[in-house]
Design a protein around this ligand. Structure first.
Ligand code: AGP
Length: 608
């Protein structure tokens, strides 16, 4: 949700900023802009639209310099226009700010500043920060930024340059991710390593409250009192190929096909075949603490919430612990009941989702022990958690989550196994799960061979504006995930339902044209699903069944049947979701949608 990049050094800044923005575009893509400092003062370039539009604008109106800041936007305050694009300036035009996050008291501050004579050109919350810095006292830019931020409520990652203090970029963080990239005689600032990995693998993740000062000589990190702080340097553990298309048409397609590999990476070093156990030292829970868990509470949003819904089955079945799964955004507003004895699991690909972050803090405040299931290393949720499991799925660029989902499921299975083995799950049962998990990457490879078939099926579904996805047990969240994938990338309306719920209302929607996708692996509730599918058949509907090899029981009622390899009953979601991802992808392409940057969305949702 909005991407920031900045550079100070000896090289020409414009190409570095524009390339950095292109790498961050998945975070927001309704407008973009940059501010460059050179001997002639601040030069601003902004454009409504994609980063590509800004690139053309800069080509026509070049700007030179060796330091600057830039931004790609996902609109919150004010529509996506060129004027509302960042950077925003103060009254003098001498202070330029780019910002990721939301200033919650922006309206109050704007009113106060107006009363003091400030003129605002936009309704954005970011412009308020520029005027606050203009008002603030201080000998240096960093002091003025620090004083300005004292009155700000909300979340921010900001970068500031000023015509008055020409040798520095000042950066501040509270609640929104900011990192420094350390190069030779050059320093970068970015909201995500993707923007800097081309130039350096050495990064520092700023902590909340940090203010960093970047100059041609290096950087300093200060706390809110202006005291120097030391922060550890981390190495980016993936390379640039992970964020390039590498021959694929879209990142979503690439990431769907990466799943055998991303899953291998999630499982690497964690399976204990002999013991029928999972090695999860990162959870930082003793055996005694695990035995004392009364309840598990899973928190997440979107796809991560769906993986939590599947994870519930894993943990309840393998560890015998009752599990609740909550939308992170709703959990915060529940009555504050004590969560002593609860293990809260925050699931997030990005590790920056504001709803999930706030929910995990609320759970912790009520006494829960909080662990994270996170993909982005060094992200806020990973750092706020007591312990956790990193997915190691590699960067996910496509806005529609695919490989993170299967890796989240694998991580939750490992968690179920680890908790279960400490609470009475016997070694043999554990071994069955471990063996099935070890086989999964190869089975996913086989499931991906369905690509051509799903492309053909997509041709018959592409024009439908509505679809129903049905499933039961572990397959119900898969149905939800299939429907979400279709909605977000193809803009077709799709609903996921527990198959048996259909007769309680949604069956009224079924006519001859309605596509109905049924996720029905051969498991212990398969026979019940058969009855539900018969109910649909009797009323029309174009039925596509996703089932497991060797199971022909729905062949006579389905219009199309797609089979995935057989696996342990609990693990079927990791396979049944593959054709659904492919289906959504192909339908979106046929409908001419922007697969990797669907309208109105952003990859990392850092506002509540
Ligand atoms: C999935 O395709 C989405 N774009 C979205 O629902 C996403 O899963 C959700 O915003 C949560 O993100 P997170 O996993 O980074 O927390």
């Amino acid at each position: 949700m909005c991407g920031i990049v900045g550079y100070i050094g000896k090289r020409e800044v414009s190409p570095i900023l524009l390339e950095g923005l292109a790498r961050l575009e998945y975070r927001g893509y309704d407008s973009a802009g940059m501010a460059v400092q050179n001997g002639m003062g601040l030069k601003i370039r902004k454009k409504k639209g994609r980063v590509g539009d800004l690139v053309q604008h800069v080509k026509a109106n070049p700007v030179v310099g060796h330091m600057g800041i830039a931004h790609t936007r996902w609109a919150t305050h004010g529509p996506p226009t060129t004027a509302n694009a960042h950077p925003h300036l103060d009254c003098t035009g001498e202070i330029a700010v780019v910002h990721n996050g939301i200033i919650e008291n922006a309206d109050t501050l704007r009113k106060l500043l107006r009363d003091r004579g400030h003129t605002f050109l936009t309704p954005t919350d970011t412009e308020v920060i520029a005027h606050l810095i203009e008002e603030a006292e201080g000998e240096s830019l960093e002091e003025r930024v620090r004083n300005a931020l004292r009155v700000v409520e909300g979340a921010y990652g900001i970068a500031v340059i000023s015509g008055e203090f020409r040798d520095r970029i000042v950066v501040a963080r509270r609640g929104s991710p900011v990192l420094l990239g350390l190069g030779e005689d050059e320093t970068f600032v970015a909201s995500d390593p993707a923007a800097v990995v081309e130039h350096t693998r050495s990064v520092i993740y700023l902590e909340d409250g940090d203010i960093a000062v970047l100059t041609p000589d290096g950087y300093r990190i200060l706390d809110h009192e202006g005291e120097d702080q030391a922060r550890p340097t981390s190495a980016i553990d993936w390379d640039i190929a992970s964020i390039e298309l590498g021959g694929y048409a879209h990142f979503m397609q690439k990431e769907i096909f990466e799943q055998p590999e991303s899953l291998r990476n999630t499982l690497r070093g964690r399976l204990m075949p002999e013991e029928g156990d999972a090695r999860l030292l990162g959870l930082r829970l003793t055996d005694e603490e695990i035995r004392d868990i009364d309840r598990v509470l899973i928190l997440g949003c979107g796809t991560s919430w769906h993986s939590g819904m599947v994870g519930r089955h894993f943990i309840e079945t393998l560890a015998g612990i009752p599990v609740d799964v909550e939308y992170a955004s709703e959990f915060r507003y529940h009555s504050p009941i004590s969560l002593e004895g609860t293990l809260a699991v925050a699931i997030s690909q990005s590790g920056e989702t504001a709803d999930t972050l706030e929910a995990m803090k609320a759970a912790r405040d009520r006494g829960a022990r909080v662990v994270g299931v996170v993909n982005a290393v060094g992200s806020t949720i990973a750092r706020e958690a007591h312990g956790g499991i990193y997915l190691h799925a590699g960067p996910e660029v496509g806005v529609a989550s695919t490989k993170a989902f299967t890796s989240q499921l694998a991580a939750l299975l490992l968690m179920g196994l680890h908790l279960g083995r400490r609470r009475g799950l016997d070694r043999e049962q554990g071994r069955e799960v471990v063996n099935a998990l070890a086989e999964l990457p190869d089975l996913i490879e086989r499931a991906l061979k369905l690509d051509d078939e799903m492309a053909r099926i997509a041709l018959t579904f592409a024009e439908a504006d509505n679809a129903l996805y049905l499933g039961r047990g572990v397959s119900f969240p898969v149905a939800l995930e299939g429907a979400l994938k279709l909605k977000e990338v193809s803009y077709a309306h799709a609903e996921g339902y527990p198959a048996a719920e259909l007769k309680h209302g949604p069956i009224a929607l079924i006519d001859d044209d309605m596509p109905v996708v049924v996720v029905a692996p051969a498991d212990h509730i398969f026979s019940k699903v058969v009855s539900n599918v018969q109910e649909v058949r009797a009323r029309g509907g174009r039925i596509l069944v996703i089932t497991t090899e060797g199971n022909r029981d729905l062949a006579s009622v389905a219009d199309r049947e797609v089979v995935v390899p057989r696996t342990h009953e609990l693990l079927s979601p990791l396979l049944t979701v593959i054709p659904l991802q492919l289906l959504a992808y192909h339908i979106a392409v046929l409908r001419g949608c922007d697969v990797d940057r669907p309208r109105n969305l952003a990859k990392s949702v850092t506002v509540e």
